[in-house]
Design a protein around this ligand. Sequence first.
Ligand SMILES: [Zn+2]
Length: 207
Amino acid sequence: MDYKEFDKLGAKNTEPKSSCNLCKEAKSKVGSKAGYGAIVYKIGDIKTGWFATLSPRTGGNPKADFTIQLMPLRHLTHFSQIHSYPKLAENFGIAFSKICKAISSVLMQEEGLMASTEEKRLSMPLAAYGKCTTWKEKKEHLHIKIFPFRGNIGQPYTVDSSFERKEVFKEKGTGKEFVKMIHVRKVMIDTKRFNKLARELIMLLKD
Ligand SMILES: [Zn+2]
């Protein structure tokens, strides 16, 4: 098998880029406002590190929901590059699990959600969403969104079996099949709540 093409996805092509917003944000300290959101967590150095921001907007309920975005400090554009340095993959696991723990802990406390429940409204739903490609038009600094999937942002996604089971409608004229989805509009989280959440998350992600 010829690995030459794959090798181009290696570590040497992940140098920070001056034109990249996330590479710029990666230089900020925990607690500071980055270009987008507030930095709540950092682990590792420039070769092995990851950072996380609390997003100022949510597609869910701004009074309850929030999203944390996890990104490598280096300009990685493909999941397969996470293997570039062993410690980079290790730190990803640590960062991801800590963020999931922090989000769950905040929401379970705020809303009295249960570790196991028959009732959907008392459950702690958590989703991770990220994608990558080598197609230049869509090739960007890796970012994985971690958020409670409920309400408008809890609708089944194309890879879910429940998406396949959705009611199918036919477009008049063309006969093309489609399914209905609720439109999602991102809204700002109010400043007071945003700052409180950022402080709590920083505390929880510290240890
Ligand atoms: Zn970048």
